[in-house]
Design a protein around this ligand. Structure first.
Ligand code: HEM
Length: 254
Protein backbone atom coordinates (compact mmCIF):
# COMPACT_ATOMS: atom_id res chain seq x y z
CA UNK A 1 0.00 0.00 0.00
CA UNK A 2 1.30 3.49 -0.87
CA UNK A 3 2.41 5.58 2.05
CA UNK A 4 0.13 8.38 3.13
CA UNK A 5 0.79 11.34 5.41
CA UNK A 6 -0.76 9.44 8.32
CA UNK A 7 0.86 6.10 7.73
CA UNK A 8 4.35 7.55 7.21
CA UNK A 9 4.16 9.81 10.25
CA UNK A 10 2.18 7.37 12.39
CA UNK A 11 -0.28 10.14 13.14
CA UNK A 12 -2.93 7.88 14.68
CA UNK A 13 -0.38 6.32 17.03
CA UNK A 14 0.99 9.76 17.91
CA UNK A 15 -2.42 11.20 18.69
CA UNK A 16 -3.26 8.24 20.92
CA UNK A 17 -0.37 9.07 23.26
CA UNK A 18 -1.91 12.00 25.14
CA UNK A 19 -3.68 10.26 28.00
CA UNK A 20 -4.92 12.57 30.71
CA UNK A 21 -5.23 11.14 34.22
CA UNK A 22 -7.65 13.72 35.66
CA UNK A 23 -11.36 13.20 35.63
CA UNK A 24 -13.38 15.23 33.21
CA UNK A 25 -10.52 15.45 32.19
CA UNK A 26 -9.35 18.86 33.42
CA UNK A 27 -9.02 21.23 30.44
CA UNK A 28 -5.31 22.12 30.92
CA UNK A 29 -3.94 18.61 31.35
CA UNK A 30 -3.82 18.10 27.58
CA UNK A 31 -1.57 21.17 27.18
CA UNK A 32 0.69 19.92 29.98
CA UNK A 33 1.08 16.51 28.32
CA UNK A 34 1.48 17.86 24.78
CA UNK A 35 4.15 20.38 25.71
CA UNK A 36 6.22 17.79 27.56
CA UNK A 37 5.93 15.34 24.68
CA UNK A 38 6.98 18.05 22.23
CA UNK A 39 10.02 18.78 24.43
CA UNK A 40 10.97 15.11 24.47
CA UNK A 41 10.76 14.97 20.66
CA UNK A 42 13.01 17.99 20.34
CA UNK A 43 15.44 16.53 22.90
CA UNK A 44 15.56 13.43 20.70
CA UNK A 45 16.38 15.58 17.66
CA UNK A 46 19.03 17.55 19.59
CA UNK A 47 20.76 14.33 20.63
CA UNK A 48 20.60 13.06 17.05
CA UNK A 49 22.19 16.30 15.78
CA UNK A 50 24.73 16.29 18.60
CA UNK A 51 26.02 12.86 17.55
CA UNK A 52 26.45 14.21 14.03
CA UNK A 53 28.14 17.32 15.39
CA UNK A 54 30.59 15.32 17.50
CA UNK A 55 31.52 13.21 14.46
CA UNK A 56 31.99 16.33 12.31
CA UNK A 57 34.25 17.91 14.93
CA UNK A 58 36.29 14.74 15.33
CA UNK A 59 36.75 14.54 11.55
CA UNK A 60 37.79 18.19 11.40
CA UNK A 61 34.81 19.24 9.30
CA UNK A 62 34.29 22.80 10.57
CA UNK A 63 31.56 23.80 8.11
CA UNK A 64 29.44 20.71 8.83
CA UNK A 65 29.93 21.28 12.55
CA UNK A 66 28.94 24.91 12.29
CA UNK A 67 25.77 24.12 10.28
CA UNK A 68 24.76 21.46 12.80
CA UNK A 69 25.40 23.72 15.78
CA UNK A 70 23.26 26.31 14.08
CA UNK A 71 20.39 23.85 13.76
CA UNK A 72 20.68 22.84 17.41
CA UNK A 73 20.61 26.52 18.37
CA UNK A 74 17.44 27.10 16.36
CA UNK A 75 15.81 24.16 18.15
CA UNK A 76 16.83 25.63 21.50
CA UNK A 77 15.19 28.88 20.38
CA UNK A 78 11.92 26.96 19.96
CA UNK A 79 12.37 25.22 23.33
CA UNK A 80 12.80 28.55 25.07
CA UNK A 81 10.00 30.29 23.21
CA UNK A 82 7.40 27.63 23.82
CA UNK A 83 7.58 28.09 27.59
CA UNK A 84 5.28 31.05 26.92
CA UNK A 85 2.53 28.65 25.92
CA UNK A 86 2.72 26.93 29.31
CA UNK A 87 2.74 30.30 31.05
CA UNK A 88 -0.87 30.79 29.96
CA UNK A 89 -1.80 28.06 32.48
CA UNK A 90 -2.68 29.62 35.84
CA UNK A 91 -1.69 28.12 39.23
CA UNK A 92 -5.30 27.03 39.83
CA UNK A 93 -5.54 25.33 36.45
CA UNK A 94 -2.32 23.41 37.19
CA UNK A 95 -3.50 22.51 40.69
CA UNK A 96 -6.65 20.98 39.22
CA UNK A 97 -4.58 17.99 38.07
CA UNK A 98 -1.14 18.34 39.74
CA UNK A 99 -1.86 15.57 42.26
CA UNK A 100 -2.29 13.14 39.33
CA UNK A 101 1.41 13.50 38.53
CA UNK A 102 2.29 11.68 41.79
CA UNK A 103 6.09 11.69 41.86
CA UNK A 104 6.49 12.19 38.09
CA UNK A 105 8.98 15.03 37.53
CA UNK A 106 11.33 16.59 34.99
CA UNK A 107 14.06 15.03 37.16
CA UNK A 108 13.19 11.80 35.37
CA UNK A 109 13.66 13.11 31.81
CA UNK A 110 16.57 10.90 30.74
CA UNK A 111 16.90 12.76 27.45
CA UNK A 112 17.40 16.09 29.26
CA UNK A 113 20.17 14.45 31.32
CA UNK A 114 21.59 12.97 28.12
CA UNK A 115 21.75 16.48 26.63
CA UNK A 116 23.64 17.70 29.70
CA UNK A 117 25.98 14.71 29.70
CA UNK A 118 26.55 15.10 25.96
CA UNK A 119 27.72 18.68 26.57
CA UNK A 120 30.04 17.42 29.28
CA UNK A 121 28.00 18.46 32.33
CA UNK A 122 28.64 15.62 34.77
CA UNK A 123 26.63 15.65 37.99
CA UNK A 124 26.42 12.06 39.25
CA UNK A 125 23.85 12.89 41.97
CA UNK A 126 21.31 13.74 39.25
CA UNK A 127 21.54 10.17 38.01
CA UNK A 128 20.04 8.90 41.26
CA UNK A 129 16.59 9.46 39.69
CA UNK A 130 17.21 6.59 37.28
CA UNK A 131 17.10 2.95 38.28
CA UNK A 132 20.21 1.00 37.38
CA UNK A 133 19.60 -1.53 34.61
CA UNK A 134 16.68 0.38 33.04
CA UNK A 135 16.96 1.59 29.40
CA UNK A 136 16.97 5.23 30.61
CA UNK A 137 19.90 4.58 32.96
CA UNK A 138 21.75 2.65 30.25
CA UNK A 139 21.34 5.48 27.75
CA UNK A 140 22.84 8.00 30.17
CA UNK A 141 25.70 5.60 30.98
CA UNK A 142 26.44 5.17 27.27
CA UNK A 143 26.70 8.94 26.88
CA UNK A 144 28.87 9.17 29.99
CA UNK A 145 31.29 6.71 28.39
CA UNK A 146 31.40 8.64 25.07
CA UNK A 147 33.53 11.76 24.49
CA UNK A 148 31.53 14.88 25.36
CA UNK A 149 30.92 17.70 22.90
CA UNK A 150 33.58 19.69 24.75
CA UNK A 151 36.11 16.89 24.27
CA UNK A 152 35.19 16.71 20.56
CA UNK A 153 35.64 20.46 20.23
CA UNK A 154 39.12 20.19 21.77
CA UNK A 155 39.92 17.33 19.36
CA UNK A 156 38.84 19.64 16.53
CA UNK A 157 41.26 22.32 17.75
CA UNK A 158 44.09 19.78 18.04
CA UNK A 159 43.38 18.71 14.46
CA UNK A 160 44.02 22.31 13.40
CA UNK A 161 47.43 22.26 15.05
CA UNK A 162 46.57 23.92 18.37
CA UNK A 163 48.45 22.46 21.31
CA UNK A 164 45.46 21.77 23.52
CA UNK A 165 46.39 20.01 26.78
CA UNK A 166 44.51 16.88 27.90
CA UNK A 167 41.75 17.78 30.38
CA UNK A 168 39.67 15.58 32.67
CA UNK A 169 36.38 17.49 32.53
CA UNK A 170 34.75 20.72 31.35
CA UNK A 171 35.74 22.27 34.68
CA UNK A 172 39.38 21.33 34.29
CA UNK A 173 40.74 24.58 32.84
CA UNK A 174 44.54 24.71 33.12
CA UNK A 175 46.24 28.02 32.26
CA UNK A 176 47.66 26.40 29.11
CA UNK A 177 44.13 25.70 27.83
CA UNK A 178 43.07 29.33 28.30
CA UNK A 179 46.24 30.44 26.53
CA UNK A 180 45.46 28.19 23.54
CA UNK A 181 41.84 29.37 23.37
CA UNK A 182 42.91 33.01 23.39
CA UNK A 183 45.32 32.25 20.58
CA UNK A 184 42.48 30.54 18.64
CA UNK A 185 40.32 33.67 19.01
CA UNK A 186 43.16 35.87 17.81
CA UNK A 187 44.52 33.75 14.97
CA UNK A 188 42.13 31.00 13.85
CA UNK A 189 38.93 32.75 12.84
CA UNK A 190 37.06 29.66 11.64
CA UNK A 191 37.65 27.83 14.93
CA UNK A 192 36.89 31.02 16.87
CA UNK A 193 33.54 31.34 15.08
CA UNK A 194 32.72 27.77 16.09
CA UNK A 195 33.75 28.52 19.67
CA UNK A 196 31.27 31.41 19.68
CA UNK A 197 28.50 29.04 18.54
CA UNK A 198 29.48 26.77 21.47
CA UNK A 199 29.03 29.80 23.77
CA UNK A 200 25.62 30.42 22.14
CA UNK A 201 24.65 26.82 22.90
CA UNK A 202 25.80 27.15 26.50
CA UNK A 203 23.88 30.42 26.85
CA UNK A 204 20.78 28.84 25.29
CA UNK A 205 20.71 26.05 27.87
CA UNK A 206 21.13 28.64 30.62
CA UNK A 207 18.30 30.73 29.11
CA UNK A 208 16.06 27.67 29.08
CA UNK A 209 16.82 27.02 32.76
CA UNK A 210 15.96 30.62 33.64
CA UNK A 211 12.69 30.62 31.66
CA UNK A 212 11.74 27.27 33.20
CA UNK A 213 12.35 28.46 36.76
CA UNK A 214 10.35 31.67 36.19
CA UNK A 215 7.48 29.64 34.75
CA UNK A 216 7.66 27.22 37.71
CA UNK A 217 7.69 30.14 40.16
CA UNK A 218 4.56 31.69 38.68
CA UNK A 219 2.82 28.31 38.63
CA UNK A 220 3.68 26.78 42.04
CA UNK A 221 5.41 29.60 43.97
CA UNK A 222 7.78 28.02 46.49
CA UNK A 223 6.02 24.67 46.87
CA UNK A 224 8.17 21.55 46.75
CA UNK A 225 8.60 19.79 43.40
CA UNK A 226 6.82 16.53 42.58
CA UNK A 227 10.32 15.03 42.22
CA UNK A 228 11.02 15.81 45.87
CA UNK A 229 13.32 18.84 45.48
CA UNK A 230 12.78 22.21 47.17
CA UNK A 231 11.30 23.35 43.81
CA UNK A 232 12.20 26.89 42.74
CA UNK A 233 14.99 27.11 45.30
CA UNK A 234 16.62 24.01 43.78
CA UNK A 235 16.09 25.25 40.22
CA UNK A 236 17.69 28.62 41.06
CA UNK A 237 20.77 26.71 42.25
CA UNK A 238 21.19 25.36 38.68
CA UNK A 239 21.38 28.84 37.10
CA UNK A 240 24.53 30.64 35.94
CA UNK A 241 26.46 27.38 35.70
CA UNK A 242 28.07 27.30 32.27
CA UNK A 243 28.69 24.03 30.47
CA UNK A 244 31.90 25.34 28.92
CA UNK A 245 33.53 27.47 31.66
CA UNK A 246 36.80 27.75 29.72
CA UNK A 247 35.08 29.72 26.94
CA UNK A 248 33.61 32.18 29.46
CA UNK A 249 36.79 32.45 31.52
CA UNK A 250 38.98 33.75 28.70
CA UNK A 251 36.75 36.80 28.19
CA UNK A 252 38.32 38.52 31.20
CA UNK A 253 41.75 37.99 29.72
CA UNK A 254 41.27 39.60 26.31
C1 HEM B 1 3.71 23.65 35.11
C2 HEM B 1 4.80 23.26 34.53
C3 HEM B 1 6.04 22.82 35.26
C4 HEM B 1 6.33 22.84 36.59
C5 HEM B 1 5.45 23.33 37.74
C6 HEM B 1 7.65 22.29 36.75
C7 HEM B 1 8.29 22.15 37.95
C8 HEM B 1 9.55 21.63 38.14
C9 HEM B 1 10.19 21.47 39.42
C10 HEM B 1 9.64 21.91 40.75
C11 HEM B 1 11.39 20.89 39.19
C12 HEM B 1 12.45 20.49 40.23
C13 HEM B 1 12.46 18.98 40.41
C14 HEM B 1 11.32 18.47 41.25
O1 HEM B 1 11.41 18.51 42.49
O2 HEM B 1 10.34 17.97 40.65
C15 HEM B 1 11.51 20.69 37.77
C16 HEM B 1 12.60 20.14 37.14
C17 HEM B 1 12.68 19.94 35.79
N1 HEM B 1 11.72 20.22 34.85
FE1 HEM B 1 9.98 21.16 35.15
N2 HEM B 1 8.17 21.98 35.52
C18 HEM B 1 7.22 22.27 34.57
C19 HEM B 1 7.34 22.10 33.21
C20 HEM B 1 8.40 21.54 32.57
C21 HEM B 1 8.51 21.33 31.15
C22 HEM B 1 7.48 21.71 30.09
C23 HEM B 1 9.67 20.70 30.94
C24 HEM B 1 10.17 20.28 29.59
C25 HEM B 1 10.75 19.12 29.41
C26 HEM B 1 10.32 20.52 32.23
C27 HEM B 1 11.54 19.90 32.44
C28 HEM B 1 12.19 19.84 33.63
C29 HEM B 1 13.52 19.30 33.79
C30 HEM B 1 14.41 18.76 32.67
C31 HEM B 1 13.83 19.37 35.14
C32 HEM B 1 15.17 18.98 35.78
C33 HEM B 1 16.02 20.26 35.86
C34 HEM B 1 17.36 20.08 36.55
O3 HEM B 1 17.51 19.22 37.45
O4 HEM B 1 18.28 20.84 36.21
N3 HEM B 1 9.52 21.06 33.19
N4 HEM B 1 10.37 21.16 37.15
Amino acid sequence: MAQSYSSYLKVDELLALQQARSEGPEHDELLFIVIHQVYELWFKQILHEADFLSAALTKGSGIRASQTLDRILKIFGVLIHQIEVLETMTPLEFLSFRARLDSASGFQSHQFREVEVMLGVREPEKLSHFVSGTPAHDKIQTRLAAPSLWQCFLTFLRGRGHEVPEVQSNHDVPAKLSEVLIDVYRNDHEAAALAERMVDLDAALQDWRYRHVKMVQRTIGSKRGTGGSAGVEYLISTLMKPAFPALWGIRTQF
